[in-house]
Design a protein around this ligand. Structure first.
Ligand code: NAD
Length: 484
């Protein structure tokens, strides 16, 4: 697809393209140019009801998807991956046009990585034992069955619409669940391509249903009596609301929420931009700072504090900022005007708290259209500052000094969040030992890359439960013991 208008008029429900219950539409805007991109129908309650009904019927059908032999489901999933790959170029473009992710990045992350996740779970469907027989202590035998939990509601944000959808769709399909996906209004077009791929791959009707809508549609879906499990990725405040509903309904839920992770630079780290630069930028500023796990609190040994500030400043200052569709861009715009205002508010707060801006702090000169913000670095930040505690979700880094490793671990753990993190060192074993002391769901040594085989999730205010890995499959299964 070029940059012409994109328009969809139907939802993908029960294997068909179904008209919306009302004329409400979602009209995403290109954050690089502020030009409207087109429209899709906006799901309201009746549309969500139709999607849940379709998923329910597909799940409950005797001999249907949930009862299929797992290898047969895997074949469908592999065809689905192939059909998504056939649309990869368009998917990458659509993601970048909607959320401002640099196109070189969305090709890899949003168009490439999700199909790896889908194929990985197809493989797990083939190799996982969904049933086990144990000899009983009290005589007889017991069959322990891992059965699909049912209809899964998948709710995702706009920052990685494809990856975060596939973190849910793939294990759900492998388990034998059916899915209602509710994409976020800011990034919706790409979800229609996934629906087209599902249709082309012969994914049975009702196994995947796609109904983009706002938070009201999301809330209706979470509380819907036809839903058996909720998988939510988004902000911590919204996650708490979802958790309350699921708590009341005793409905299983996974929550992937916000973060404010620490990047601990040890005193033996190589601070040469040619060695550390690319990985450090990737771990701290990927996707214009709009990534949940980024190490946005950089902790530097006091003895090398000035050196670290200079390095981070220089790396951030020289990143090419521009239109997300430009191949050279490494920092695109923020996804919405509101998001930029929020980030500017955080920068103003950091200034008023006494933080020293060493680069950035404003809107880039010469980019009059688009919701751009300069990559910004704060030095002289204390752990109690708002900029060191609150999730900013933009290209803003803070560099904090520490006295010794114990102090670094203390500062790293001085956070409501616990999602990601990194340790930078020339001694990976020492780095891993420090990493193990940080209270977080995931952490990297000299790089940060969520691998599909490893469980990914947060602790504290960053969430509940995990996605990815065999553990991600388990969250779509429930256990039944049959005493024989
Ligand atoms: P958001 O919470 O506003 O919205 C996320 C999704 O939830 C959207 O689809 C939205 O429509 C829906 N939603 C909002 N309120 C809801 C409710 N009460 N009930 C049901 N659905 C509701 O988040 P956002 O601003 O779109 O995304 C950014 C946030 O997502 C950041 O906090 C970021 O850290 C987080 N995030 C977390 C992860 C992770 O894996 N932990 C990954 C990416 C993003």
């Amino acid at each position: 697809m070029g940059r012409q208008e994109c328009r969809y008029e139907h939802f993908y429900i029960g294997g068909e393209w179904v008209g919306a219950s009302t004329g409400h539409v979602i009209t995403p805007v290109n954050p690089s140019t502020e030009v409207a991109l087109g429209s899709v129908p906006k799901a309201l309650e009746a549309d969500v009801d139709a999607a849940v009904d379709a998923a329910r019927r597909a799940f409950d059908e005797r001999g249907g998807w949930s009862g299929w032999e797992p290898g047969r489901r895997a074949e469908v999933m592999e065809r689905f991956a192939t059909e998504i790959e056939a649309r990869a170029g368009r998917i990458a473009e659509l993601v970048s046009l909607q959320n401002g992710m640099p196109i070189s990045m969305s090709r890899q992350l949003e168009a490439g990585y999700p199909t790896e996740v889908l194929r990985y779970y197809a493989g797990l469907a083939r190799t996982t034992d969904f049933s086990e027989v144990r000899g009983g202590l009290l005589g007889g035998s017991i069959e322990v069955r891992h059965v699909p939990v049912g209809v899964a509601a998948a709710i995702v944000p706009w920052n990685y619409p494809q990856v975060l959808s596939m973190f849910k769709i793939a294990p759900a399909m492998a388990a034998g669940c059916t899915v209602v996906l509710k994409p976020s209004p800011e990034a919706v077009f790409d979800s229609f391509l996934v629906a087209e791929a599902a249709e082309a791959a012969g994914v049975p009707a009702g196994v995947l249903n796609v109904v983009p809508g706002g938070r009201e549609a999301g809330a209706h879906l979470v509380a819907h009596p036809g839903v058996d499990k909720v998988a939510f990725t988004g902000s911590t405040p919204a996650g708490r609301v979802v958790a309350e509903t699921c708590g009341r309904l005793l409905r299983p839920v996974t929550l992937e929420l916000g973060g404010k992770s620490a990047g601990i630079i040890l005193d033996d780290a190589e601070l040469d931009p040619a060695t550390i630069g690319e990985d450090l930028i990737r771990a701290t500023l990927t996707n214009n700072g709009q990534t949940c796990f980024l190490s946005t609190r950089i902790l530097a040994p006091r003895s090398r504090y000035a050196e670290v500030v200079d390095l981070v400043t220089e790396l951030a200052r020289t990143l090419p900022v521009g239109d997300a569709m430009d191949e050279n861009t490494l920092i695109g715009p923020l996804t919405t005007a509101h998001q930029r205002e929020r980030v500017e508010g955080h920068i103003a707060k950091g200034r008023s708290e006494g933080g020293r801006i060493t680069t950035g702090g404003g809107r880039p000169v010469g980019l009059d259209k688009g919701w751009f913000i300069e990559p910004t670095v704060f030095a002289d930040v204390g752990s109690g500052f708002g900029v060191a505690q609150e999730e900013i979700f933009g290209p803003v880094l803070c560099v904090l000094p520490y006295d010794d490793v114990d102090d670094a671990v203390r500062i790293a753990n001085d956070s409501d969040y616990g999602l990601g993190g990194t340790v930078w060192t020339s001694d990976p074993e020492r780095g891993a030992a420090v990493a193990r002391r940080v209270r977080t769901g995931t952490i990297g040594v000299n790089r940060y890359l969520p691998d599909p085989v490893a469980p990914f999730g947060g602790v504290k205010a960053s969430g509940l439960g995990t996605e990815l890995g065999p553990e991600g499959l388990e969250s779509y299964l429930q256990i039944q013991s049959v005493y024989c």
